[in-house]
Design a protein. Structure first.
Ligand code: ARG
Length: 466
């Protein structure tokens, strides 16, 4: 019979027991559950609700259980329903009477969400670290590739040349926002629900601040109904994980395209590629594709929790038990993806020559030729049309701007002089984009400093996490 079985004449059916059990998922919360129970028992003794001897026995008993679970020497029994029941039953088996007092003034409703909040903090902190590491990698690569130029794209068509460093740093900023979102999820989880009991608080003189402090929470949740039923912090974590997965997926998509024979901008190292079982020549970017693919699962977990929450009346409902599998799945998936991406980037080879060669076609100088005319007094809209005509001529002849003679330029407009050739130089075009946040080497060097400063800020935040 379950520990709550007093008012029942029969146990639940075997099938319903298995259906209702959350142990396969929440057994991964045993550290948090034991930590929470120790804090609760110590506080009960401090408040004179149980004896110090009982609290000492409870703490020692919990330590020995934790030790056995750590060592893999503990057999979980699905009949225990969840981690809270499994640990409590074992505690009673090990220390007897005192173990029966650990649940005084507490409900599984405040217990489970306390455990979940502790886990969410741990997972968010680790995602922050992984995001930070990836950003450090991107910063290092940007430094290495500070002179590499590739075509910049809009609509996946050649647009204007950009520095590879600039392109990589765009991702460093995306992951900076992800770091912030994970930190916000961490802070949302950082409130204690312990002491809310089943839903209404309790008549025992608990000291909620003491357990909150002991468990490293920043504060106590002020409303007991909210404390047991709020899962916003998990939605925050899931959303942060989803946006981060989306950024990873976009980067993967680019790397996959860049690694094609058509582009040839990047080669993955052998450790991050796979072969084909039939086509001997294949070197597939499986891991970039997999990270991209796993993004769908992460989005799914966010949706699942949103839908689970939408119709729930206050306070605890068993639906809430469905909150943890997605939390673990999304956090572990994004964590592994971030770590893999960092290693994959560090071991891939960027082909500056192929990128440079690609810059020679596709009319990347078009905007600059129009600007040349504008500087000589022509209204921009008119200049745009003149360069459009030049593109048409090139298309008809099957050449690029470099294949046109000065007379061709002058036929389109009298404003063109011999110095137009200089305007076509890709390095000059890049260097000209010197506005703040632009792609000129000088502007990118400035940007690199800003990224470096954010890395320092992040290190300070990571160092200060409770
Ligand atoms: N296993 C449950 C969960 O994860 C613990 C809380 C059970 N509370 C209850 N009133 N049945 O949500």
């Amino acid at each position: 019979m379950a520990l709550w079985g007093g008012r029942f004449e029969a146990g639940v059916a075997e099938t319903t027991q298995a259906f209702g059990a959350s142990l396969p998922v929440d057994r991964h919360l045993y550290h948090e559950d034991i930590q929470g129970s120790k804090a609760h028992a110590t506080m009960l003794a401090q408040q004179g609700i149980i004896s110090h001897d009982d609290a000492d026995a409870i703490v020692a008993g919990l330590t020995s259980i934790e030790h056995d679970i750590d060592a893999g020497a503990f057999t979980f029994d699905i009949n225990d329903e969840d981690i809270h029941m499994a640990v409590e039953r074992e505690l009673i088996a090990r220390i007897g009477e005192a173990g029966k007092r650990v649940h005084t003034g507490r409900s599984r409703n405040d217990q489970v969400v306390t455990d979940t909040r502790l886990a969410a903090k741990r997972l968010a902190a680790s995602l922050m670290q992984a995001t930070h590491t990836l950003r450090t990698t991107l910063h290092t690569l940007a430094q290495q590739e500070k002179d590499t130029v590739l075509p910049g794209y809009t609509h996946l068509q050649h647009a204007q040349p950009v520095l590879l460093a600039h392109h990589l740093l765009a991702y460093a900023w995306m992951f900076k926002r992800d770091f912030t979102r994970f930190y916000e999820a961490y802070q949302a989880a950082n409130m204690s629900s312990l002491g809310a009991a089943a839903l209404a608080g309790t008549s025992y003189p608990l000291n909620r601040r003491m357990t909150a402090y002991e468990l490293g929470f920043a504060d106590v949740i002020p409303n007991s109904l909210d404390a047991v039923s709020d899962r916003d912090f998990l939605l925050d974590l899931q959303y942060a994980a989803s946006v981060c997965a989306m950024h990873l997926s976009r980067l993967c998509e680019e790397l996959v395209i860049w690694s094609t024979s058509e582009f040839g901008f990047v080669t993955f190292s052998d450790e991050f590629s796979t072969g084909s079982s039939i086509m001997p020549q294949k070197k597939n970017p499986d891991f970039a594709e997999l990270i991209r693919g796993k993004t769908g699962r992460v989005y799914g977990n966010l949706m699942q929790l949103l839908v689970t929450m939408k119709g729930l009346p206050l306070a605890y409902n068993k639906d809430l038990q469905e909150d943890k599998a997605g939390m673990f799945d999304s956090a572990h998936t994004v964590q592994a993806s971030l770590e893999l991406m960092s290693d994959m980037l560090l071991t891939c080879t960027f082909h500056a020559d192929a990128m440079w060669a690609a810059c020679q076609s596709g009319y990347l100088a078009a905007t600059d030729i129009a600007d040349y005319l504008v500087k000589r007094g022509m209204p921009f809209r008119e200049a745009h049309a003149v360069v459009g005509q030049l593109v048409l001529v090139c298309e008809q002849r099957g050449c690029d701007f470099a294949g046109l003679a000065l007379e061709d330029f002058r036929r389109a407009s009298e404003c063109f002089e011999a110095d137009i050739v200089g305007e076509l130089d890709i390095a000059r075009i890049v260097a000209a984009r010197n506005t703040e946040g632009g792609t000129a080497p000088e502007a990118v060097a400035q940007q690199m400093k800003l990224v470096r400063a954010t890395l320092v800020e992040e290190e300070a935040i990571l160092g200060g996490l409770s």
